[in-house]
Design a protein around this ligand. Structure first.
Ligand SMILES: Nc1ncnc2c1ncn2[C@@H]1O[C@H](COP(=O)(O)OP(=O)(O)OP(=O)(O)O)[C@@H](O)[C@H]1O
Ligand SMILES: Nc1ncnc2c1ncn2[C@@H]1O[C@H](COP(=O)(O)OP(=O)(O)OP(=O)(O)O)[C@@H](O)[C@H]1O
Ligand SMILES: [Mg+2]
Ligand SMILES: [Mg+2]
Lengths: 268, 268
């Protein structure tokens, strides 16, 4: 049965879809069969990125690996409690299908609370939470006392993860491996970076996650969307130019993330 | 009656809450009475920033302007259609209260589609949509043909704005002044920046918004959350140090945004 990797963070724009895409390509290039779900039903950034990838492969003749994609449709039952139950069942059915045929399933979640997202968090063997280096983003993980800078307690997204863990424990499944990954790390940000780093370290012990170094702020992570490519697909540069130092460093960051994830059967 | 400014973008992490906070402080320091609403009911980043501001004022004795804040509670009616209607009425009631007592009302919307957010878009005299310099963010405004780079048509967030305009027109209100504001602009990003800039220019003519230069990527926009301060509140630096070149440039960006908004009775 496939190992399920969920990209989750209720905070918008933290890098879930970007990380989902790069994780998929890294696993696929490592020879794994990868399934994919995009639970951000309106935005569909992950699946749109894949759509662009398929289109690029078709018009260029390039052989570009694609995942097996499974979709869910939200229930239109008028009573919310019934619609939620139908959604949970729909997600489990779609996921079970992928799990039977793949080595890994990558699930991208929305930057909001939905029944699909909560259910995915309960289905996660590995949960990756990308996080901007910002106390605004941190505020969704934990409340910080503004007077003392000390952590007061878990916040709404930690509670969502805790609920996922609870559901999983009740089902007798092994615990979620929760990794918080710093993203869009700026070069000139020493004081703020130290503050966020210190708080992450403290919080990781309290609520049970590991911290991964993650990705720097790099244009290469966001300029290839239309081509459906990632920097991992580029050999010597998109137009045959040699890879820049920044590309090489970016590749190293993706490799480092994969290594930190400690996924079964994967050595980067 | 107050002029309503809405921060909207279904894309998460584009900078709505950050811009809402800086807009509030700029208007308040210009002597305006400002009302505030935070329709991101779970995250509440805008109102949490204000909570930190109030706490800072109390413990430091500093006189820090606060807006008049109005809250809404989501309906718990079991039938979705009834709950939506109750939510729309609740928003209008809260907003009417603020409008009667303030010069401006700043409404921060969530990075997701909600009834409250759609209703706020219909109530907007000015709508500010912050946008990362990224075709992933742009994808929520318009679909781009990956083969040609041409704009194919409006996407989910543009449709949300269009719906707001429709509701407004039916109510006989004057049109929304829609401003798309580039945010987190990187210094080293020439090619991608040009691409996004070109597409924004083309799209602005097609679907009817103006483009404002916006804010550069600057740590100062995200490191003051715990203090509840913004760079506009700093005189000569938070610890009495002289303002850096970056702070002065950041202030200029905020001033430039205010100038571009062309708000009634405001000259920056
Ligand atoms: N390391 C990075 N360097 C540069 N840009 C990045 C990086 N990571 C993400 N981005 C950009 O930041 C924005 C947000 O990223 P992304 O859409 O992946 O986040 P998300 O968490 O999926 O957002 P949402 O909550 O809306 O689903 C996008 O414009 C993306 O291109
Ligand atoms: N100009 C900027 N420079 C540096 N950091 C910024 C800037 N604008 C926003 N940020 C940071 O980017 C992240 C997203 O900003 P913000 O929370 O304001 O976006 P949002 O659109 O309100 O997100 P959501 O959709 O989750 O409500 C935050 O960590 C914030 O501190
Ligand atoms: Mg996403
Ligand atoms: Mg926000």
């Amino acid at each position: 049965r496939a190992h399920v990797v969920v990209l989750g963070n209720e905070k918008g724009g933290s890098g879930k879809s970007t990380t989902a895409m790069h994780l998929f390509v890294a696993l696929a290039r490592a020879g794994k069969r990868v399934g994919a779900m995009d639970l951000d039903l309106r935005q569909q950034s992950f699946f749109r990125y894949l759509e662009n990838r398929r289109a690029y492969a078709e018009r260029s003749g390039a052989a570009l690996i694609m995942p097996e994609q499974a979709r869910v449709t939200p229930s239109d039952l008028p009573l919310r409690a019934e619609a939620d139950e139908a959604d949970r069942a729909a997600l489990r059915a779609a996921l079970d299908g992928l799990r039977a045929r793949c080595d890994f399933v990558v699930i991208d979640c929305p930057g909001s609370f939905t029944t699909f997202s909560q259910e995915a968090h309960a289905a996660a063997d590995t949960l990756i939470t990308p996080l901007n280096d910002s106390l605004i983003d941190f505020d969704l993980l934990a409340r910080v006392d503004p007077a003392t800078g000390r952590i007061k307690g878990p916040s709404i997204y930690s509670e969502m993860v805790w609920r996922g863990r609870q559901i999983r424990a009740q089902a007798g499944l092994k615990p979620i491996d929760w990794i918080v990954m710093r993203n869009r790390i700026a070069t000139l940000d020493a004081r703020n970076k130290r503050t966020v780093g210190r708080m992450l370290k403290e919080l990781s012990r309290r609520i049970g996650f590991r911290v991964a170094p993650g990705f720097s702020e790099r244009v290469i992570f966001r300029e290839l969307f239309l081509s459906g490519l990632t920097l991992l697909d580029l050999r010597g540069g998109a137009e045959g130019q040699p890879l820049s130092m920044s590309h090489i460093a970016a590749r190293q960051e993706v490799r480092e993330l994969i290594r930190n994830l400690e996924l079964p059967g994967v050595s980067p």
